[in-house]
Design a protein around this ligand. Structure first.
Ligand SMILES: [Zn+2]
Length: 318
């Protein structure tokens, strides 16, 4: 049974596969805690739970929270949200970097200043098997990232550790990929070489691409495509994102796509007003309220929508 923040559940139902509850900057919060409107735990928890309840009313049962170390993961707060909402939240482990590792890890491990074993995989497995921090919340998804710099040394260490934790625990993997450079293929090559079954991998942000040949290559290699940034229109506009999903459905790939926004209930790295102005559709309800009706209008069937929202997530979690 898939693990959620509140424990294992029988089924996840309709699932948004790439979202975030909180994105925080711990060192800012430690050092400038009184800056107004930054972070008030009780307020932000209540707001987040209310946003998730709105999502539930739109027919979404589960979100996968891909906030890992490097993005300000703070599971005690996520747990408080989970207690106030009927939406399942799946927590994740892994590390988010486009380049180097945080010094804690960069100074230890193979080819580092102090050498010794690479403990990243041990940390990830601990999150999956024993739980994150002292919360008892077990991670249900692994996450790794590479971006425009490609598979740097730091990224490769994370991918190797994620693969090792996956092989040990069976937990599925979601990546952050850079579609403009067709970065998902390099990710697949490395994960495949490390023995990962690519059908347990979601190539995240594949939906930033309109290159059907690239997307079909990722699918042919076995992975799922994260059509997961609906609302981030500076990277790819609504029209292109929708058209690409429609085309991929027409070409028979509804069984290989998952949908999401990559949005946050609260993120201290974004200014709320600026986000509302520049990305008016960047919120948790955009898929339910705008994207799904548009997909239906363009001929995507209920069965295909069910595949993308319910059946593919269920298969990914095994
Ligand atoms: Zn994300």
């Amino acid at each position: 049974m898939p693990e959620t923040v509140m424990g294992p559940v029988a089924g996840l139902g309709a699932t948004l596969m790439h979202e975030h509850v909180f994105g925080l900057s711990p060192e800012i919060l430690w050092n400038w805690p009184d800056i107004p409107e930054m972070w008030d735990l009780e307020t932000r928890v209540r707001e987040a739970a209310a946003k998730l309840e709105e999502l539930k009313a739109e027919g979404i049962d589960t979100i996968v929270d891909l906030t890992v170390v490097g993005l300000g993961r703070y599971v005690p707060a996520v747990r408080m949200v989970a207690e106030l909402t009927s939406v399942n939240i799946v927590a994740s482990t892994g590390l988010y970097t486009y380049d180097t590792l945080p010094p804690y890890f960069a100074n230890r491990g193979p080819d580092s200043l102090f050498g010794g074993p690479d403990r990243l995989a041990e940390f990830f497995v601990r999150d999956i098997v024993h739980g994150i921090g002292r919360t008892g919340v077990k991670a249900g998804m692994l996450k790794c990232a590479s971006d425009h710099l490609g598979m740097t040394k730091g990224c490769e260490r994370v991918f190797r550790a994620v693969a090792a934790a996956h092989l040990e625990t069976g937990t599925p993997i979601t990546t952050h990929s850079h579609s403009a450079s067709r970065g998902g293929l390099e990710q697949q090559r490395l994960l495949g070489a490390l023995g990962v079954d690519l059908s347990r991998v979601v190539i995240g942000h594949a939906g930033d691409s309109t290159d059907v040949a690239y997307l079909e290559e990722l699918v042919a290699n076995g992975s799922y495509l994260g059509m997961d940034r609906f609302g981030i229109e500076t990277i790819s506009p609504y029209e292109d994102r929708v058209a690409t999903v429609v085309t991929m459905c027409e070409r028979g790939h509804a069984d290989k796509m998952v949908l999401s926004h990559d949005s946050y209930c609260f993120n201290d790295r974004f200014d709320d007003d600026v986000v509302r102005r520049r990305h008016p559709n960047y919120h948790l309800l955009h898929v339910s309220r705008d994207v799904l009706p548009e997909l239906r209008k363009r001929g995507v069937t209920e069965q295909q929508i069910r595949q993308m929202l319910v059946e593919n997530p269920r298969r990914i979690f095994g």
